[in-house]
Design a protein around this ligand. Structure first.
Ligand code: GDP
Ligand code: IMO
Ligand code: MG
Length: 425
């Protein structure tokens, strides 16, 4: 075993748990940071010295000059979104030359994909509430082997593959919208972007293999969250990629044995954006307070996040699915003013039977009711606290209760949006 542990950061809920902040905090100690799935549906927020950075594709280690950042082959890449993000990073005087790499075999999100995504959503009665970024359609084309990958941009087959893809979708349900795209314009703009990105395209698995050979530690940055995982989440109200820790290996091109440490991030309460079940949702004033105090509005789409209490059956599921070594509990400061704080310890069915693990079937989940344990709020300040002993005693009790219930240590308690605002235990 290496002395430096490669660590995977994943979301334990429905996304937006604060993964970006935690990756930024940890990246100081990791020379390599890799995104391994999802695309610009992700919105990862970093605050450093009062300055906000929102990243969608570029890994959240980018503000650390010494960290090399990679987009792995499991990420679906929208060229224009990536270029826009790289430009805004450069504008903020962060140098990315020689330290940012795009995997040559990452699948592409092309302008047809957001069109298909939005048209697909519009046609649905029971909407998923996607980000409209083309994530699902791009993964569909990838898996069907119709899609284009980064390396195709520089190969003779590029136009042929693009034409085949356009022809395929022109015959589909949303063919009218696809036929309206100007082929010549499309090719011109893709080629221009391909040229701009060429210096960053690399054999990422080979680069990571070298890092492993040199015993340099890698931080894998998950996007979305376990309950949005296409296999294990609240299907079909999920994203189209695997969000669990084991996918860090396939999505970046390293062997599974190189994943040494799994850290799951969870809020001290719970949020969800888009449609789908949310057993502990608070569609009332308390939910609204969580939204306002926690600034629970999407980092990607600006949509209102649905808010509710922490859900231990869902977290137990996430801990088992990811093989979690430790948890990070974020946004405890948001609860500072609440009189009462509830924890959903388990679910119950109509016969009063107890369920400690959330089920995969939505029909089954619908028949279950969350059962809560009530905590008195600590009603004092935890914002920006950096030492365990300085946290309110009732908050300490809350953390210890969660650890016991989840049988997993909470290694970091995050107390604010700023990089320095956390307690390391
Ligand atoms: P991600 O997608 O998991 O990276 O999370 P987002 O960036 O979408 O959403 C998390 C939000 O919470 C961001 O606005 C962060 O700045 C903020 N945040 C992260 N940790 C904390 C914390 O401990 N306290 C507070 N108040 N805000 C936090
Ligand atoms: P980060 O990395 C929260 C949700 C969408 C929708 C569903 C499917 O910032 O935590 P998609 O566009 O992926 O097909 O949408 O998944 N979703 C997220 N929710 N945080 C995210 O990313 C999300 N990425 C996708 O709202 O419900
Ligand atoms: Mg987010």
């Amino acid at each position: 075993m290496q002395d430096k542990k490669n660590t995977v950061i994943i979301g334990a809920q429905w996304g937006d748990e604060g993964k970006g902040k935690i990756v930024d905090v940890l990246a100081e100690k990791f020379p390599h940071v890799v995104r391994f799935h999802g695309g610009h549906n992700a919105g990862h927020t970093l605050w450093v010295n009062g300055k906000k950075t929102v990243l969608h594709l570029v890994p959240s280690g980018i503000l650390h000059k010494k960290a090399k950042c990679y987009i792995g082959s499991g990420v679906v890449v929208d060229l224009s979104a990536l270029i826009e993000e790289m430009q805004s990073i450069k504008k903020a005087k962060v140098d990315i030359e020689g330290r940012f790499f795009l995997s040559s075999n990452a699948p592409l999100i092309l302008p047809i994909h957001p069109v298909l995504d939005k048209a697909g959503e519009n046609a649905k009665e029971n909407k998923i509430g996607t980000t409209g970024r083309g994530i699902g359609p791009a993964y569909e084309d990838f898996v069907s082997r119709r899609g284009l990958r980064v390396h195709h941009l520089y190969e003779k087959c590029f136009e042929e593959r693009l034409d085949a893809l356009l022809a395929y979708h022109s015959q589909g349900t949303h063919g009218k919208e696809i036929k309206e795209l100007d082929r010549a314009e499309l090719i011109k703009s893709i080629k221009k972007m391909a040229k701009q990105l060429k210096p960053f395209v690399a054999d990422v698995p080979a680069l990571l293999a070298k890092a492993i050979e040199k015993n340099e530690a890698i931080l894998f940055e998950g996007a979305q969250g376990t309950m949005l995982d296409v296999s294990y989440g609240t299907y079909p109200f999920v994203t189209s990629s695997q969000c669990v820790a084991s996918h860090a290996a396939t999505g970046s091109g390293v062997g599974a044995k190189h994943l040494h440490n799994v850290v799951a991030v969870t809020k001290a309460y719970c949020t969800r954006v888009g449609g789908g079940p949310f057993p502990t949702e608070l569609d009332n004033d308390i939910g609204e307070s969580l939204r306002q105090i926690g600034h629970e509005f999407g980092a990607t789409t600006g949509r209102k996040r649905r808010c509710g209490w922490i859900d231990l059956p869902a977290l137990r599921r996430a801990i088992a699915l990811n093989g979690v070594d430790s948890l990070v509990l974020t946004k405890v400061d948001v609860l500072d003013t609440f009189k009462e704080i509830m924890v959903c310890t388990h679910y119950e069915n109509s016969k009063g039977e107890k369920f400690t693990l959330s089920p995969f079937s939505l029909e089954e989940l619908e028949g279950l009711k969350p059962v809560y344990k009530k905590f008195k709020g600590w009603k004092s300040n935890s914002a920006d606290v950096k030492n365990w002993d300085d946290l309110p005693a009732k908050l300490q009790d809350y953390v210890i209760f969660l650890e016991k219930q989840l049988k997993t240590p909470i290694s970091i308690v995050s107390t604010g949006q700023e990089r320095e605002s956390f307690v390391q235990r």
